[in-house]
Design a protein around this ligand. Structure first.
Ligand code: ADP
Ligand code: MG
Length: 762
């Protein structure tokens, strides 16, 4: 049999590593801070391009989210074109985020023809041009993006509009291609959001307003004076997990190529049980890919900071320094794109799927989230005495209240066919959305609730771990005291307070952080509004609430949000039962999660805040259901193809070899002295294979039956999604079990696919 995978593995070993040259200046390395933002047309460059008053006007328009005036737009367009062309750019593109989970772009050349008509004839001249209106807006034919019924075919127009809060940047490609990217939102003719970004911007705006409303009550100013805080930003830092595998093996796996995960594959003897991969030495091919990725990202202004091995073999993580949420989302999507490109160049393939391999850990995207004022104050910073930091306590409680009221909605924001393999499994946060606060904050809240002094938790003690007084004293006496995070770690919580921010851990590695962040921002904005109103009520006629008023409100919310707090093991069954007792939703499948988006208690909030219109929500619901069904149908079809076209023929071939051999041996009388043909190992193996093969055939039939049932409800995405979950998932799981059993029984050279051991230990 032709088994290319063994050849591929041999070739991999022989392949020399890729050389990349890092920028040097006069023979010395260039500091990364000098490269940072090299390919970004940032505010500094815009300031240079515009006369001072025009720049001031620009800043005002950006902050107020107003449309740019034509003269300013023309001046910026001209300046950015010259800058980009001097660096080799030939094209520009509006770069946007349709609801496909990825980004979209359509390139246009700067080249334009200028035609002059005169009595002596028509003269045509080639020029390079880029106008303010081209910068501001484009109209891609958008009829093929998912719109969930938002646009009928006769009104298929969609508009991309430059999001002035996100800077333009250049990306270089092969053969000196270079394109100017204009980060954009994507809206319909009627102004409906067709993308992920518009709603994120709306939610950040609402959250900012709501937070300002609260701060105005907490930051007294003389009558008539402006408020102390003018703007509040949502901050986001995304920890991106991913797998890197060899590309020449990857291309031999139809399941990985088409669906992003292995649909079959037996767990090898060594997987992650040795616990030797996490924070281990980074393999050199991987380190090369990481550094080249980081080099490009730094030039793009993405502040990449941390890299390390993750728990599963060939699993890694990359984390940037946090930024304003919408920029952080752009940068996370860019990170994923650049990582894919660079991995490709290094003959590797990056997998962002949440569960590419059964039996080892999957990948998530921890979204670290907080609020910051325009003066740089982190509103979730507990400071040294959180018990009297009312601003902190109120924002903390607003976030907890948001999770309490809209946890089911947050669950919807992270639901996808791929993330389902992770959630609720014993390696990732459960599907029950609760809040982890840690011992110290729990005590702070309890002491306020019970109106008693706080128990022995003064900050200086908890902030340091004393190394003195132990046998190690002599050795470590020169070490400084280690400062300890305010909270301990709890990996099992989906939504954990980690020092001065919340970490939403249930977000999937593949998905854009945009939608989950939009829903979180919205829910917190609603709770901040409610808490602000409660403070006003408590203050009565006074312009500002007193400390007693604040404590009254704080105590109330400590009590009402108590049931969403959970400090224990989120993986345990006991928690599932406890959560049910508390009335916390435990939504175990995607279609039920998607329904939350249009459920009254959540949609009223989203519509009320103007973050989604009713039809935008319905369209999202439609798109998510449709997407989920499509994902599962695709997987089922790919699996069916692999079973029928690869696995079964492989077993047939092995069987033929075995039976031919058995017949020969019997002819030679070799079996006879051992007690007949039955005693031949070949024959025994054939008998063992037989029931599995019959079983596999049954599962293929079952898959066909399941696909048929789903096909029956085609056209209604909700029904299709439910039918897919109900029929396809169990059929795929059943088929997989048998196929994996057969993999372990088949002679290696008959098995047509790279095995998990080869993919993970290439
Ligand atoms: P870990 O959670 O693994 O200990 P870190 O504490 O370094 O990692 O932080 C993880 C991420 O949280 C980083 O991307 C970091 O920039 C981000 N982060 C830190 N502070 C904030 C904040 N105030 N708002 C949003 N993200 C933050
Ligand atoms: Mg973390």
């Amino acid at each position: 049999a032709n088994v290319p995978r063994t050849e591929v593995i041999q070739q991999n070993v022989a392949r020399p590593p890729r050389e990349i040259s890092y920028p040097r200046h006069d023979g010395k390395p260039v500091y990364t801070s000098e490269l940072f933002g090299e390919n970004v047309f940032g505010l500094d460059k815009i300031a240079k391009a515009l006369p001072k008053p025009a720049f001031a006007q620009f800043l005002k328009q950006v902050r107020g989210r107003q449309a740019l005036d034509r003269t300013t737009a023309d001046a910026i367009a001209h300046a950015v074109r010259i800058w980009a062309m001097d660096k080799g750019a030939t094209h520009f593109t509006h770069w946007f985020q349709p609801q496909t989970g990825t980004t979209a772009e359509k390139h246009d050349a700067f080249l334009t023809l200028k035609t002059t008509f005169s009595p002596s004839g028509i003269e045509t001249k080639a020029i390079d041009a880029f106008s303010g209106s081209q910068l501001l807006q484009a109209e891609p034919d958008a009829s093929s993006f998912p719109s969930g019924g938002m646009r009928s075919t006769f009104e298929a127009r969609g508009y991309t509009v430059w999001d002035t809060t996100s800077p333009m940047f250049l990306q270089h490609g092969p053969h000196h291609t270079c394109v100017l990217y204009i980060p954009s939102i994507f809206i319909s003719y009627n102004g409906d959001a067709l993308d992920e970004k518009t709603v994120l911007l709306r939610s950040s705006e609402q959250l900012s307003k709501a937070a300002l409303g609260l701060l105005e009550l907490l930051e007294p100013v003389p009558a008539g004076a402006p408020p102390m805080t003018a703007h509040v930003y949502t901050t986001l830092g995304t920890e991106q997990e991913y797998f890197l595998i060899d590309r020449s093996l990857y291309v031999l796996r139809p399941d990985l190529k088409i669906t992003g995960r292995t649909l079959i594959g037996a767990l090898p003897a060594k997987h992650q049980q040795m616990e030797d991969h996490y924070f281990g030495h980074i393999p050199s091919r991987v380190l090369a890919t990481m550094s080249e990725t980081e080099l490009e990202l730094l030039k793009l202004g993405v502040p990449v900071k941390t890299r390390h091995n993750e728990v599963a073999p060939q699993q890694f993580e990359l984390a940037p320094i946090f930024e304003e949420a919408s920029i952080a989302v752009d940068h996370n999507l860019l990170t994923m794109e650049v990582l894919s490109k660079v991995a490709h160049r290094n003959n590797l393939k990056v997998l962002f799927h949440e569960k590419p391999f059964k039996g080892v850990n999957g990948s998530g995207k921890h979204c670290n989230w907080s609020l910051s004022t325009d003066r740089g104050d982190n509103l979730l910073d507990p400071t040294v005495k959180p018990e009297t930091n009312y601003r902190f306590l109120l924002v903390l409680l607003a976030t907890m209240d948001a999770v309490l009221k809209h946890g089911a909605l947050l669950r919807a924001g992270i639901a996808s066919a791929s993330n389902e393999h992770r959630l609720g499994a014993n390696e990732a946060p459960p599907a029950i959305i609760s809040v982890f606060l840690g011992e110290h904050l729990t005590e702070v809240l309890n002491s306020i609730e019970e109106s008693r002094p706080i128990r022995n938790f003064s900050m200086p003690n908890i902030k340091t771990i004393k190394l003195g007084g132990t046998a190690l004293d002599v050795m470590v006496s020169s070490l400084p005291e280690i400062s300890r995070d305010l909270t301990d770690r709890n990996r099992t919580s989906p939504f954990a307070f980690t020092g001065n921010k919340f970490e939403f851990r249930a977000v999937g590695s593949k998905q854009s952080p945009s939608f989950p962040m939009t829903l979180l921002n919205a829910a917190v904005a609603a709770s901040l509004q409610e808490i602000t109103a409660a403070l006003k009520t408590a203050a009565g006629d006074k312009p500002y609430p007193s400390d007693a008023d604040k404590l009254k409100v704080i105590r109330h919310y400590i009590q009402t949000t108590k049931i969403v707090r959970f400090e224990g093991d989120g993986y345990s069954d006991a928690w599932k039962q406890e959560a049910a007792r508390r009335g916390l939703p435990n939504i175990t499948n995607c279609p039920d999660a998607f329904d939350q988006i249009v459920a009254d208690e959540h949609s009223a909030m989203l519509i009320g805040l103007g973050i989604f219109s009713k039809s935008e929500l319905q369209s999202r619901h439609y798109i998510l259901m449709e997407r989920y069904a499509k994902d599962l149908i695709l997987e089922a079809n790919v699996l069916r193809g692999m079973l029928v076209q690869q696995i079964m023929p492989a077993v047939f071939a092995y069987r033929a070899t075995l039976s031919e051999s058995a017949v020969r041996l019997a002819e030679l009388g070799i079996a006879a002295d051992g007690g007949g043909a039955e005693a031949l190992p070949e024959v025994q193996l054939l008998r063992k294979l037989q029931p599995h093969l019959v079983n596999l055939q049954k599962w293929v039939d079952a898959l066909d039956g399941a696909l048929n049932k789903v096909h029956h409800v085609a056209g209604d995405p909700s029904k299709e999604a439910r039918a897919s979950a109900k029929y396809l998932l169990p059929a795929m799981e059943g088929a997989r079990e048998v196929a994996d059993e057969l993999e372990t029984m088949l002679a290696d050279r008959f098995f047509p696919l790279p095995k998990m051991s080869e993919l993970l230990w290439f």
